[in-house]
Ligand binder design. Structure first.
Ligand code: NIG
Ligand code: FE
Length: 385
């Protein structure tokens, strides 16, 4: 991850939305096509943001103020705020409005350089409203240039109606929601929030098993606040990724080393919640890869800005700029299985490209954390910024 394959003084040829070829200037083909001079700038693959909840309704800045005044994220959740607050708003929002809000967020993240994104449900928590989110994601797949993957996260929180009968809610997920959603091809993956305020390890395993029957691989929220065995369970069930990992034991690192499950770190969540950061250095020094993603959602990370995630990775988690870029591009692509078309500038892959402003070195991108260094963004060969 520390080595970024790169070319100085190079040309890049984009054709039909894909990378046709590239090379050093000494071999630049003479073609009668539109050209663009990027002298002094850096050309990078667009970000692959493998963990977001960007289909949500409204905002939760009231809870932001509650936290300033001393409540914790978990206390707010226990009082029926948090995810349930967002679920109430989303249930009441018409599908068209939800689509418009979500497409606006998609346009925003593209302007930060994101070219591929995973989007989770989980703010509906009823059969109909979970489907509503995933139908919005399907429309986004059709109408946004972004490469998009959809994840069913019915197990994000136990809704109020099931407070005293959580088993009935899990049965609903497995027997009612999943068959409809999988049957209509509305999800690529299944997710569970494995945490004390959400779902236990045994519940997580039941839901992963049910998803697997429909061919849905798991991407699991775990180890955000507690080490409870979520990583061991996810690895046992062949999860594609385990996400958050703000808390992590040595034993869990060993378990990950024996798997193909990729750790996905979301440093803007602990930034916003004023919590501690995942031990990225320890994970990387153990020889494991990591992906970096935003976690864009209204509760713990109201931001889809990948360059800020990369700055946090360097500043707070001591990742090198090269490691951060690898984590936010090719590793993110792996964490949502789009690595055959995104994540690197390679012949035949999508022309999802960032061109920076004139900057002195690649480290400047993370160093100048408040400056918008991303000057131009191309997705599938079309300029979006
Ligand atoms: O990834 N941890 C669970 N889900 C989201 C936050 C959800 C919310 O607070 O609305 C996350 O941080
Ligand atoms: Fe999340």
């Amino acid at each position: 991850m520390r080595v970024l394959p790169s070319l100085d003084n190079a040309w890049l040829w984009i054709k039909d939305g894909k990378v046709e070829d590239y090379g050093g200037m000494e071999s630049c083909p003479q073609l009668n096509i539109q050209t663009l001079d990027a002298e002094g700038k850096f050309v990078l693959p667009a970000w692959c943001d493998s963990h977001t909840h960007l289909v949500f309704a409204g905002s939760r800045e009231g809870e932001f103020v509650d936290r300033i005044n001393g409540l914790s994220y978990e206390e707010i959740a226990q009082r029926g705020g948090g995810i349930l607050n967002s679920a109430a708003r989303l249930r009441g929002m018409d599908e068209e409005e939800l689509y418009e809000q979500s497409m606006a967020r998609a346009a925003e993240v593209m302007s930060y350089g994101t070219g591929a994104v995973e989007i989770k449900s989980g703010y509906g928590l009823t059969k109909e409203s979970e489907k509503k989110i995933l139908r919005v994601v399907r429309r986004m797949k059709e109408n946004s240039p972004l490469e998009i993957k959809a994840t069913f996260l019915g197990a994000h929180a136990v809704p109020k109606e099931y407070k005293n009968n959580r088993k009935a809610y899990i049965d609903l997920i497995i027997n009612e929601m999943l068959p409809g959603i999988a049957g209509e091809g509305l999800a690529d993956y299944i997710d569970v929030f494995c945490e004390k305020v959400a779902f236990s390890v045994a519940e997580t395993e039941r839901i992963m098993e049910a998803g697997a029957k429909y061919g849905l691989k798991a991407k699991i929220h775990t180890n955000q606040f507690n080490c409870m065995g979520g990583i061991q369970a996810a690895v046992k069930h062949g999860a594609l990724s385990v996400d958050h990992l703000e808390v992590l034991t040595d034993e869990e690192i060993d378990v990950l080393k024996s798997s193909d499950t990729i750790p996905c770190l979301l440093p803007s969540a602990p930034f916003f919640l004023n919590d501690h950061y995942p031990p990225a250095r320890k994970i990387l020094d153990a020889g494991l890869p990591v992906a970096l993603a935003t976690d864009f959602n209204p509760g713990s990370t109201p931001s889809g800005r990948m360059p800020f995630v990369l700055s946090l990775a360097c500043i707070k988690m001591k990742m090198t700029p090269e490691e951060a870029i690898t984590a936010a591009t090719v590793n993110g692509a792996y964490a949502m299985e789009v690595h055959d078309k995104c994540g690197t500038i390679s012949k035949g892959k999508l022309a999802n490209i960032i061109i920076t402003k004139k900057i002195p070195s690649i480290a400047y991108l993370m160093y100048a954390f408040g400056t918008d260094v991303v000057e131009q963004v191309y997705i599938k060969g079309e300029r979006v910024k």
